[in-house]
Write a protein of this length. Sequence first.
Length: 261
Amino acid sequence: MSLYPPLSRRFLRVWQRNFTVYQQSWKISFIPPLTEPLFYLLAFGLGLSGLVGAIAYHGEAISYVRFIAPALIAITVMNSAFFENTYGSFVRMYYQKTFDAMMTTPLTVEEIILGEILWGATKAMIATAIMMAVISAFGLILYPSGLLLIPLALLGGLAFGAAGMVCTSLVPSIDLFNLPVFLFITPMFLFGGTFFPLENLPAWARQIAALLPLTHLVDLSRAFATGRMDASLLPGLGYLILLNAIVLPLAIRKMRGRLIK
């Protein structure tokens, strides 16, 4: 079997199915990305910001709130895509038997999984757009460079969605998703340059952080939100593109092995 199996545009039908279901409960899904940045900005803006003061960021001093605001978007991209393609996809696969139903149609397994991952990335983009509207109201995103956060959410959403799908292909029960969340998501949340500069970490910890995808997503988000556009962003962008090239076909292959026995 080829590493990159042949695909058709039929995978968009899977995306369409999930979007149709999403429309039935969009008001509930709309609440977290709308309220979460408000809670964080109020807590850090009114609480920690006065204690921390300004943060040194690429040769200039910026407020702590401006430092963490783009990181909140990156975290949302990670969580939206990863949890959609772990818990959400597992429910559709195991409990609702949606995958079994789709496999009785002309859709291939590869198209079903790609459609699922694309939907996870789409949810990350929707959440990003909502958060951008909230954060922009506080004047914490510079435009037009801030508009690049939307395609960045797609790129990051595909990577984290595919990583989540790999986990879905491996866990025997939904309870075991706690393991990748604890070992994969939580360390990135804490040590991906989200709430403090990586320069504050020892050298060995900075080297480990450089291997984490959220670190690069946070750095790119922060750069786009603050208008820092230079060649130093290329390695992080290349990292995310390479990660997609690895985990997308891996997720498809692993899920094919689980669904077709």
